[in-house]
Design a protein around this ligand. Structure first.
Ligand SMILES: Cc1cc2nc3c(=O)[nH]c(=O)nc-3n(C[C@H](O)[C@H](O)[C@H](O)COP(=O)(O)OP(=O)(O)OC[C@H]3O[C@@H](n4cnc5c(N)ncnc54)[C@H](O)[C@@H]3O)c2cc1C
Length: 328
């Protein structure tokens, strides 16, 4: 029987979508290892306890609650020490967290202190004998590797959006634990700047509308924003060509050196489909591409393609989405 420990990522007092995805992955893994329990560390500023309900709905058996004012920002050292302390206090088969910006930072810290192997950017994890087998994309998502992780304990970070959060209600028990004393911090987060107000984060959005150099000018990004507004739940992304030119902030960049996303729907507008861009978005559930060049590589990964001028096609698409949503 293997219990699984999860770090439930939150920001601004709200759970990130990846937290529920990690709990879902842990539920499956605990079940497959012979009926283990799912234990979750929920750490945040005072008031975060209110998020316990969502964790119980998705299958947490025990919630270790840490409320501390210093957790209003990402207190990486104290968080890592707290999760490591909890992992040492129980007999865990795995520690799961999201492969988000914060998860990329925490995962290796936790693994190093536990002297445990780590598998990052994982699409799923299953037990196989004494090992855990995880699926990990490589070569810009062109191949999927099956990695067998030996040893009694593994740290695994799951790719946001790869595992759909599934409800599996439990009557979770909550236990308050203390925030561990942080070792001298090498890096301290002093301020968190919010992205565009009113839009979901690229990692959480079910729909992403992304624009490339085919838009011709920064001001034409307006049509990308309008299509995102029409969907109502969309984030706006961009290629590196666009962020390098200063049309959009670097935080919008999707790709090998930007954000890795896997929304339900990705709309690529005036994007050629360079391998470095595909590395960040080809795992999206459904891809729609609009490009005037029918040979553009983006069409090779697209589920639906429209060959045409973005300045004509996108406003028409926006109108169609508005009409479809208005008619229910
Ligand atoms: C080490 C390294 C890392 C990189 N990391 C990233 C990364 O993380 N993310 C990233 O995106 N890129 C990255 N790049 C850059 C990448 O190689 C491409 O240069 C970039 O993705 C191209 O962006 P684009 O598609 O917007 O522009 P382009 O390649 O210039 O494509 C523009 C497209 O718009 C189409 N178009 C033009 N006008 C219209 C119109 N009126 N209507 C419709 N379509 C039109 C064209 O046919 C073309 O296909 C990286 C490069 C390197 C070397």
């Amino acid at each position: 029987m293997g219990n699984v420990l999860v770090w439930a990522e939150s920001r601004g007092g709200e759970l990130r979508k990846v937290a529920l995805e990690a709990v879902t992955a842990a539920r499956r893994l605990a079940g497959a290892t012979g009926g283990g329990e799912v234990h979750v560390v929920l750490a945040g500023p005072p008031g975060i306890a209110a998020r316990s309900t969502d964790l119980a709905t998705h299958g947490a058996d025990v919630i270790f609650l840490v409320e501390a004012p210093e957790l209003a920002t990402f207190a990486r050292e104290a968080l890592a020490a707290t999760i490591v302390g909890r992992a040492r206090a129980g007999e865990y088969r795995a520690v799961l967290l999201g492969f988000s910006a914060q998860g990329r930072d925490l995962g290796p810290r936790i693994a190093a202190r536990l002297d445990a192997p780590i598998a990052t950017d994982v699409l799923d994890a299953t037990p196989a004998g004494d090992s855990l087998v995880v699926t990990h994309p490589a070569y810009a998502n062109k191949v999927l590797l099956s990695l067998a992780i030996a040893g009694p304990l593994a740290v695994i970070s799951v790719r946001p959006g790869a595992i759909a959060a599934v409800e599996s209600p439990t009557s979770a028990r909550t236990e308050a634990i203390a925030l561990a004393a942080a070792p001298a911090a090498v890096v301290t987060v002093t301020e968190v700047k919010e992205g565009a107000k009113g839009r979901p984060d690229l990692g959480d959005a079910p729909v992403i509308v992304a624009g490339g150099r085919g838009l011709k000018a920064a001001e034409n990004f307006r049509i990308v924003e309008e299509l995102a507004d029409a969907f109502g739940n969309a984030a706006v992304g961009a290629t590196r060509a666009v962020t390098d030119d200063g049309w959009r902030p670097h935080s919008d960049q999707i790709g090998q050196t930007g954000r890795q996303v896997s929304p339900q729907l990705y709309v690529a507008i005036g994007i050629s489909g360079a391998i470095q861009h595909l590395a960040g978005m080809r795992a999206s559930r459904t891809i729609v591409a609009i490009n005037k060049d029918k040979e553009a590589p983006i069409f090779k990964v697209a589920d639906y393609g429209i060959v045409g001028d973005v300045l004509e096609v996108v406003p028409a698409l926006t109108l169609a989405v508005r009409q479809a949503r208005a008619s229910g």
